[in-house]
Write a protein that binds this ligand. Sequence first.
Ligand code: SF4
Ligand SMILES: [Zn+2]
Length: 281
Amino acid sequence: MKRQVEKAVRRFQMFTHSDKILLPVSGGKDSIALWDILLKLHFKVHALHVQLGISEYSEKSADITKRFSEEKNAKLTIVNINEEYGFNIPLAVEKTKLPACSICGTTKRYVYNKFAQKENMDVIVTGHNMDDLAAQLRHSSSTWDLEGMLATYPVRPGKQGLIKRAKPLVYLTEKETLTYVITQKLPVFLEECPFSQGAWSIVEKQELNRIENKKPGFKYQYLTQFYKKAYPAIYEFEEKKKIKNDIKLKSCKICGAPTVKDYCWFCRTRAKILDIKLETN
Ligand code: SF4
Ligand SMILES: [Zn+2]
């Protein structure tokens, strides 16, 4: 496992031992396995847990991250979105009618980026494994969502207010991270989020596993061949499109985050949830 993480870190030039690494941790098998491996490899890791207010699920997730941090004497910060921003995920879903995972994912990314900037972190490292990335690639390519396909690449450079991101578990499957946390006897939270039912990722993963059972090594080939053969051309195409369309990022009028509109997605969504009227020009 450690070797596979080291290989990914080197192959994609994710970070070095002098970099300050922010690791978002949910308490699930992937983030806990990655936390443990990065500590064992002596990287400078600061973990961040975002409390989402999803009933008992959030409480138990936070407890696991605290337990790991105490057992391993590892740095951990907990951000409670209700205390910081005045809403939780169930309320956000009720008020916006948007899918829970869409609001939750964007909120978490916003919090990670803000924290990483404040603490001068060099890179945000996430626990996406090979199954997550292959499922996302399948899902995005079904509608030729090129940005979504690009987002599966294991490293994304930082730019205009966005911190560099990396996914060192790219060469490891879900089964492998689960085996790791069990054999290493790490505290881990294995319950599913109540909002995860019916998520597209579950359907895509089932389909990928069906193929993998018939063709062992399929997921690895599917991802790595995409990175090698298609990713460079799609990346160039999307960059040229941005230049041609003259897409310039501005700073959000409330929080300063990069955005194409006056207010970033997070501030607009938060305003909707809390019935705040935003000034328009
Ligand atoms: S399953 Fe969806 S709502 Fe639940 S924690 Fe994950 S992203 Fe958030
Ligand atoms: Zn904003």
